[in-house]
Structure formats: structure tokens, C-alpha cells
Design a protein around this ligand. Structure first.
Ligand code: FAD
Ligand code: SF4
Ligand code: SF4
Length: 661
């Protein structure tokens, strides 16, 4: 007969203020097979854990129920406690009295008490059928893939490479750097963005442990934690970078000019180009969609002028395969397409209504105007500039529900830059709230106000043209009256959204994204850089809007996790995975397409039945490295041939019986 111990936790007042914990322990003691039941204020504390260890020894317990918080928080803690007590760590079951009971039923303590007793009875019924599980090991490939070469991806790559591990960094644009290279100065210290980011770009490109693929994308990922195989699609550059010296003759002579993506349409580039002068690598690519050699079948100027014969119009894209042990997603952000949602701001038809990132290019010394703030329509210096915050942020009706976090601060920075660079300028900022939670941020905002920026609390309802002015109509909700400002230029602080293509990256890596498309961390407080897919980590704005200090801090955290993983020779595999009973499996493979982790594959076995010749047949096989124990295959299997260890059919039915009978 099993000898089960039940340990009821108060979780301070979280559980203790709603449920009668001593009463729950007394009720548990009456459940068959329970030989010891006790309650304590904090079961996860050292005295609480010691209480479990001592009780296991004293009462010869062979199974344990901890009735406390969610297993997501402390299952690992209590498994280690069981190991310390000399038990197999998998003869543990948790009853979630906090999230599933006390928190959600705090207004009905009487009924909550009954439910808590049921939850404990369920856990006892399940653990009574639990057996020991053994942990197998997996080898680790000591290399890391980083997807995205913005400040987040570069920081991860450098930290991991400095720790001695090889890094493969894949950036889809022709240069490293991401959005940070578009910025002029950075709040709140106003240090120059290029001065911080370009040395990082050079350090990445020259690091002996970093293999850089720019103008490339990940096209396939297979495998599992410690053992991923990655296919990288190197887009055709049509310039042989081994020969190219970056002299620039080709892009000087190229006759084709198109709007520059890097300058967000505020400037132009050639058909053969580097995105910006400090690009890394500082060697060009040909944009075939605009190159005359491809669109008209003639030109060839760059090939004629290139002194080293580096131009190769015939070059095709290629596929490269790399083996890695871990993956970091650092794909960053884009800005919300306000032109599609904000008709009242002119649907993008007024050239002098621009975004914050376009303003960064305007104000940047290396930008299209050489750093002079000039309005796009006629190149005149704007004397009155209106900034509108929360365009698409905190607007569930037309945009996104969430706050984009960085706009309050960069708008204060932009206001400061206008007041500094344009003598006699007037600056108005329409806002809903000013959020300045960060070191030195509030002081920076106060300084901008002191310099003369006028903050108007209220939404802008309309922007329309009158002569060569833009009239910004809104409401001042503090004074309770409508306001109209005649502006020369309007700058919109548009919402931060996940970078285009995040769905493909999510599908490839198995890292889930949340309702807004940002990558979902495994736990918002305790596992902020991990995902639910083993070996896949997150860094930077791909996980949610972030400024540079937070991005770099999170990248350092992701790098520490990767280093911790790659420092190991082998990994312990979770034993609570699906297992196939080959005798029952009919080989229908209905389970294969339902597995979200692609962990099931067909396997041929030789069957020997009495009195019959041996015959070969197909059965399902589970790859333990890929399986996450989600149980989707269990439900799909008509023959009942797949079960998740630790969640057998008998255990699940015993739980149902305990609750319903
Ligand atoms: C107008 C504006 C002003 C700002 N000013 C400041 C400031 O003054 N101070 C401050 O602290 N912060 C500022 N920020 C915030 C700052 O830009 C971000 O914190 C920072 O850029 C985030 O870095 P990241 O690497 O996470 O993302 P990104 O900079 O977006 O980099 C992501 C990289 O991943 C690449 N990528 C995307 N998808 C893929 C893919 N599928 N495969 C390969 N590569 C991919 C992208 O090409 C890009 O290079 C500002 C932001 C804006 C919009
Ligand atoms: S061939 Fe294409 S890239 Fe080269 S110079 Fe002509 S237009 Fe420019
Ligand atoms: S001219 Fe040739 S060597 Fe010079 S940048 Fe262009 S491709 Fe490179």
C-alpha cells in the first residue's frame, strides 16, 4: 500500500487568509493511503522543505502531495526536496490551492474550502498510482544561433562568444545594427547612438568565435535542446564579398536611385548599395528588383567599374546548414502602420506628418538632410512642431491595447532636439499620460518642459491641411476645451509592434508568441528570457517594447542562460514524455500531425507472433529530445497506445473518480 504524505501550505495569507489550512490537513489525514498530513506557513521555505524531508524519513513516506501554489512555480523546488529525502523526484503531486482556489474564490471561503479538499483528494488519488521515473541524458552541441543582429542579438553574440562558445548570427538585412543604428542621440543621456552601436558591430564582425550571416534568413530548424540543425538561406548579394574591397565605386556610379529603406523613405539609395555609411559588412548588395541589369536587361555599369571584378549578376541564393545547441530569438520590432488606421491624421497623404523613427533620420548628421530639421514637403525649417503620442498604442479600437513604453521618452528627446536646433521653435506635445519610469527619465522630461516644450493633455481628433500649414485639432482635457495648433510638421509616436515575419520565426523555433505577436516568455517574472521550447531564448524588443538599457540587460540574461546550457556536456531529459506501447499501436500515425513539436516519427519494427512468420510493421516513435509532454498525441490515438509518463490513463481516471464519485 502506498504511504502518502500531504503538506498543506498557507502561502502566507495568499492561501491562509481564505482557506482553513489546519482543517485541510485534518481532512487530508482521513483520505485512504495518507499516513501523514500537516500544514505550514511557507512550505517552500527552508524549514518547510526540511519538514518534508524529516516526515519522509519518520513516517516512511513513499509519495508526497504538496498543496500550495501552481506547479509552474515550485514543482522543481519540491522535486529537489524529495530527492534530498531519498525519494524519486517524480512521486510528487501538487494541488494548486492558490491560483485554482484561494485567489479565484476569495469571496466565497466556505465553497473554496470544499473545493480545496477536492483538489487534495484528486492529487492523492493520482500520486497513489505514480511510479518512479528515470531521467535520461542528451548530448549538447556547444554552439549558439542568434536570429537578429540588432543591439540585442549583437550583445548576446558577444557575451556568448566571449565565454568561449561559437555563435552563428543571422541578420536578414545587408548590415548588422537594427533600429538602434537609425537613432541619432539616445535618451536620457543624449549620447550618440552610432558611437555606441557601431563599435559593437565591428566587434561582432571581427570576433573569432562569431560566424556572421547578413542578408540571410533561417529557413528551417529541426532537432531539440542541445541538438538543433538549422538551415540558413543566404540571399543572393550578386557581389562576391570575398573579392569586394568596399571601395564604393559601384554605388557612386550606379544610375538607379530608389527610396532608402534605412532612411524610411526620407532619402534615397542606389540599386547597388550599403544601407548606411558605417554598415557592417561594408560591402554592397544588388537589389535586383530595381537594378536595370535585371529590369531592363542592360546597364552593367557596376560590373564595368568594379576594379576587382566582384560583381556577379548570376549569383543565386544558397542554403547552408549549421548545428547548434541553443537558439536566441532577437528579431526586434517594427512600427505600427498608422496610415492604415488613422484616417483622421490623413492616411499618410501629408508628407509633413512623419513618424518618430523618420524624425531620427532627419535629425541625424548622417541622415538625408545632414542633421538639419527640414520638413519633407518643401525643405523649409519647421518653426512649429507638434508631437502626438500614443498613435496606435493604448488604443484598443484602432491600434494596440498596450503601452509602447519608449514613446514618452523619445518624444521628450525629439522635443529637446527641435528646441535646441531650431531657433525660436514652438513645440507642442499631445499626450494621454507621461510615463518616465527609468533612471534619469523623469529628470529628462522635466528638463524638456523647462526648455519650453508645451505639453497638452488630450487626444488629437484631426489633422488637416490649411495652406502650407497642418492644423492639429484636439482637446485639452485639463482645461476642458478644444485646441487647434497650426503646425509646420507633425511627428507621430507610433506603436511598437513585433518585427515582420515573427510568425515564421515562431513556427520555425517553436517559441510561442502572445496575442500581440511578441514572443512569449516562459514565466513573466521568474523565466523572462526563456521560452516553453527547451533551448530557445529571447532577447530584446521581440519579447515586448523596450528601450536600449532594458534590451541590453535582457540580452545579457539570455546570454547567461545560453552559456549555462552550453557549458554542460550533457543534459537531463524530462522523463514526463509520451511513450508508445508498440503492441497496441496500429501504425495509423494520426498522432504525427497533431504533435506541435514534430516529435513523432514512423518506425519499422519486426513483430513475432506465436505460430506466425516474423513480419514488419510501422509504429509511431517519440523523439525524447523534441517531445514536451503536452499530451496532444494521447488524445488523437484511437488505440490508446500513447501515454505521457506521469499522466497515465489510470492516473487521470483515478483523479476524475476522486472528484466525481
Ligand atoms: C523613434 C524611436 C526612438 C528611440 N530612441 C531611443 C533612445 O533614445 N534610447 C533608448 O534607450 N531606446 C530608444 N529606442 C528604442 C530602441 O530602438 C530599441 O530599444 C532597440 O532598438 C531594440 O533593439 P533590438 O535588437 O531588440 O531590436 P531591433 O533594433 O529591431 O533589431 C532587430 C534586428 O533583427 C533583425 N531581424 C528581424 N527579423 C529577422 C529575421 N526573421 N531573421 C533575421 N533577422 C531578423 C532586424 O533586421 C534587426 O536588425 C527608440 C525607438 C524608436 C522607435
Ligand atoms: S547594373 Fe544595377 S546595380 Fe549595377 S550599376 Fe546598373 S543599375 Fe546599378
Ligand atoms: S566597386 Fe567592386 S570592390 Fe568596390 S564596393 Fe563595388 S563591388 Fe566592392
Amino acid at each position: 500500500m502506498p504511504r502518502i504524505g500531504v503538506f498543506v501550505c498557507w502561502c502566507g495569507s495568499n492561501i491562509g487568509a481564505v482557506l482553513d489550512c489546519p482543517g485541510l490537513a485534518a481532512a487530508a489525514a482521513r483520505i485512504p493511503n495518507v499516513v501523514h498530513a500537516v500544514d505550514y506557513k511557507y512550505m517552500c521555505s527552508e524549514p518547510g522543505q526540511n519538514m518534508i524531508v524529516e516526515a519522509v524519513r519518520e513516517h516512511r513516506l513513499d509519495r508526497v502531495v504538496v498543496a500550495s501554489c501552481s506547479p509552474r512555480l515550485h514543482e522543481e523546488t519540491f522535486r529537489k526536496t524529495l530527492e534530498r529525502a531519498g525519494l524519486n523526484p517524480f512521486v510528487l503531486e501538487m494541488a494548486n490551492l492558490r491560483e485554482h482556489c484561494a485567489w479565484v474564490h476569495s469571496k466565497e471561503p466556505g465553497r473554496a474550502q470544499v473545493k480545496a479538499e477536492d483538489l487534495i483528494r484528486r492529487a492523492v488519488a493520482k500520486v497513489a498510482l505514480a511510479g518512479p521515473l528515470s531521467v535520461s541524458t542528451l548530448p549538447v552541441t556547444r554552439r549558439c544561433l542568434v536570429i537578429g543582429g540588432g543591439i540585442a542579438g549583437m550583445q548576446v553574440a558577444l557575451d556568448v562568444a566571449d565565454a568561449g562558445h561559437e555563435v552563428i548570427l543571422v541578420e536578414r538585412e545587408p548590415s548588422l545594427g537594427g533600429n538602434m543604428t537609425r537613432l541619432d542621440k539616445t535618451f536620457p543621456t543624449l549620447d550618440c547612438s552610432a558611437c555606441i552601436s557601431t563599435p559593437k558591430m565591428v566587434a561582432v564582425a571581427s570576433h573569432p568565435k562569431i560566424k556572421l550571416y547578413t542578408y540571410a534568413e533561417v529557413s528551417a530548424v529541426s532537432g531539440y535542446i542541445g541538438n538543433f540543425t538549422v538551415t540558413i538561406r543566404q540571399k543572393a548579394r550578386r557581389v562576391d564579398h570575398a573579392k569586394c574591397t568596399g571601395c564604393g565605386t559601384c554605388w557612386e556610379k550606379c544610375p538607379t536611385k530608389v527610396p532608402s529603406e534605412y532612411d524610411l523613405g526620407m532619402g534615397t539609395r542606389k540599386a547597388i548599395y550599403i544601407p548606411f555609411p558605417q554598415a557592417v559588412p561594408n560591402k554592397p548588395v544588388i537589389d535586383a528588383a530595381n537594378c536595370r541589369q535585371f529590369t531592363r536587361g542592360r546597364c552593367g555599369v557596376c560590373a564595368k567599374v568594379c576594379p576587382v571584378g566582384a560583381i556577379d549578376y548570376e549569383e543565386k541564393e544558397s542554403l547552408v546548414t549549421e548545428e547548434v545547441g541553443s537558439i536566441v530569438v532577437a528579431t526586434g520590432y517594427d512600427l505600427f502602420r498608422w496610415q492604415e488606421a488613422y484616417g483622421e491624421y490623413g492616411y499618410g497623404k501629408y508628407p509633413d506628418v512623419i513618424t518618430g523613427l523618420q524624425f531620427e533620420r532627419l535629425v541625424n548628421a548622417a541622415g538625408p538632410t545632414g542633421g538639419k530639421i527640414l520638413r519633407p514637403s518643401d525643405g523649409k525649417e519647421p518653426k512649429t512642431v507638434v508631437f502626438v503620442k500614443c498613435v496606435g498604442s493604448r488604443d484598443a479600437a484602432k491600434g494596440k491595447e498596450y503601452c509602447s513604453r519608449i514613446c514618452c521618452m523619445y518624444t521628450a528627446k525629439h522635443a529637446h532636439q527641435v528646441l535646441e536646433k531650431v531657433p525660436g521653435a514652438q513645440v507642442y506635445i499631445f499626450y494621454m499620460d507621461v510615463r518616465t519610469a527609468g533612471k534619469g527619465y523623469e529628470e529628462f522630461y522635466q528638463r524638456t518642459q523647462a526648455e519650453g516644450a508645451t505639453y497638452v493633455r488630450g487626444r488629437v481628433s484631426k489633422i488637416y491641411r490649411m495652406g502650407d500649414k497642418l492644423v492639429v485639432r484636439g482637446a485639452d482635457t485639463l482645461l476642458g476645451r478644444p485646441v487647434e495648433v497650426e503646425a509646420d510638421m507633425v511627428v507621430l509616436a507610433t506603436a511598437v509592434v513585433p518585427a515582420a515575419g515573427y510568425r515564421e520565426v515562431s513556427h520555425l523555433t517553436g517559441a510561442a508568441s502572445d496575442k500581440d505577436g511578441f514572443f512569449q516568455e516562459a514565466h513573466p517574472k521568474l523565466r523572462p528570457v526563456e521560452t516553453h521550447t527547451g533551448g530557445v531564448f529571447l532577447a530584446g524588443a521581440c519579447q515586448g517594447p523596450k528601450d536600449i538599457p532594458d534590451t541590453v540587460a535582457q540580452a545579457g540574461g539570455a546570454a547567461a542562460k545560453v552559456i549555462g546550457l552550453l557549458n554542460r556536456e550533457e543534459l537531463a531529459a524530462n522523463p514526463m514524455l509520451s511513450a508508445v506501447n508498440e503492441t497496441l499501436c496500429t501504425g495509423c500515425l494520426l498522432c504525427m500531425p497533431v504533435c506541435p513539436y514534430k516529435a513523432i516519427e514512423p518506425k519499422t519494427i519486426t513483430e513475432r507472433l506465436p505460430g506466425q512468420p516474423p513480419r514488419e510493421r510501422t509504429v509511431a516513435a517519440v523523439n525524447p529530445g523534441l517531445c514536451q509532454g503536452c499530451g496532444a498525441c494521447n488524445v488523437a490515438c484511437r488505440a490508446g497506445a500513447i501515454e505521457v509518463r506521469g499522466f497515465t490513463n489510470e492516473q487521470l481516471l483515478a483523479e476524475v473518480d476522486a472528484l466525481c464519485l
